[in-house]
Design a protein around this ligand. Structure first.
Ligand code: NAD
Length: 257
């Protein structure tokens, strides 16, 4: 079955990996719904650009993924959700004994709780449509840990666990649930970690990229948003119909170490 004509909701998709996935799905003829917490002209223009350049439909729906009701409202406003990409995420880097509680709560809310709310709202629509794909963007940090990222690592491990449960609960239906675990991808989220990491380790920018970030990525290359879009598209294909409840690493060998 082709994905052409299916509808995908991609949380946190006005930049980075979410936007990369949106582009790849749109190129395959999937109607895409872009999202973030902002509601600017640029956000709506981005959806128009995706539609114009791919010939599919694209919309932008504002919803703050730190708020459970807004997560559910996003799915309701979308009207259909054959493919749900839980991608919205933030990061904060600090030792656990100095980790601000509001940052901890925001990371757990956006990176983990939002996926619970959107999945709960989307599954009835997938069941009605008789087909569905839940794709959670976890991380290499969903399978392993790094210092100073307690909330992020907890949320990313949590979403891997939730993925397995959703897969078991939908196992007899034409619905799959999987998590993609990227290594480092040079997106605004990663850019924003560089100054803090420079301070923590007393390093220059190039040293942080080489010795901290890509140090654990044996390929010594960042993964790209296009590669993540291609992985998501594969999970939507018939070839992936029996792949459920698992993780796919796109990390240049990081988790093989
Ligand atoms: P990014 O900062 O470019 O994108 C994050 C997206 O989430 C943006 O569109 C942002 O607007 C959105 N967002 C943030 N807070 C939100 C909120 N409250 N409500 C709605 N949207 C919100 O970062 P990215 O690197 O593209 O990250 C995307 C996902 O990939 C995240 O879940 C991240 O943890 C994961 N990830 C990234 C990397 C990497 O190296 N970049 C590696 C592994 C996993």
């Amino acid at each position: 079955m082709s994905v052409k004509g299916k509808t995908a909701v991609i949380t946190g998709s006005n930049s980075g990996i979410g936007l990369g996935i949106a582009w790849e799905l749109a190129r395959a003829g999937v109607e895409v719904i872009l999202n973030s917490f902002t509601d600017s002209e640029e956000d709506h223009a981005l959806a128009k650009k995706v539609a114009d350049e791919t010939g599919t439909k694209a919309r932008y729906i504002q919803a703050d993924m730190s708020d459970g009701d807004q997560c559910r409202a996003l799915i309701e406003k979308a009207g259909a959700c054959d493919i749900l990409i839980n991608n919205a995420g933030i990061q904060h880097v600090a030792p656990i004994d100095e980790f601000p509680a509001e940052k901890w709560n925001a990371i757990i809310a956006i990176n983990l709780n939002s996926a619970y709310h959107t999945t709960a709202a989307a599954l009835p629509l997938m069941r009605k449509a008789g087909w569905g794909r839940v794709i959670n963007i976890s991380s290499a940090h969903g399978l392993t840990a790094s210092p100073f990222k307690s909330a992020y690592v907890a949320a990313k491990h949590g979403i891997v666990g939730m993925t397995k449960v959703v897969a078991l609960e939908t196992a007899k239906e034409p619905i799959t649930a999987n998590a993609i675990c990227p290594g480092y991808v040079l997106t605004p989220l990663v850019e924003s970690q560089i100054p803090d990491t420079m301070e923590k380790y007393g390093m220059e920018r190039d040293e942080v990229i080489e010795k901290v970030m890509l140090e654990r990525q044996p390929s010594k290359e960042f993964a790209t948003t296009e590669q993540l879009g291609g992985t998501a598209l594969f999970l939507c294909s018939d070839a992936a119909a029996q792949i459920t409840g698992t993780t796919i690493s796109v990390d240049g060998g990081w988790t093989a170490l």
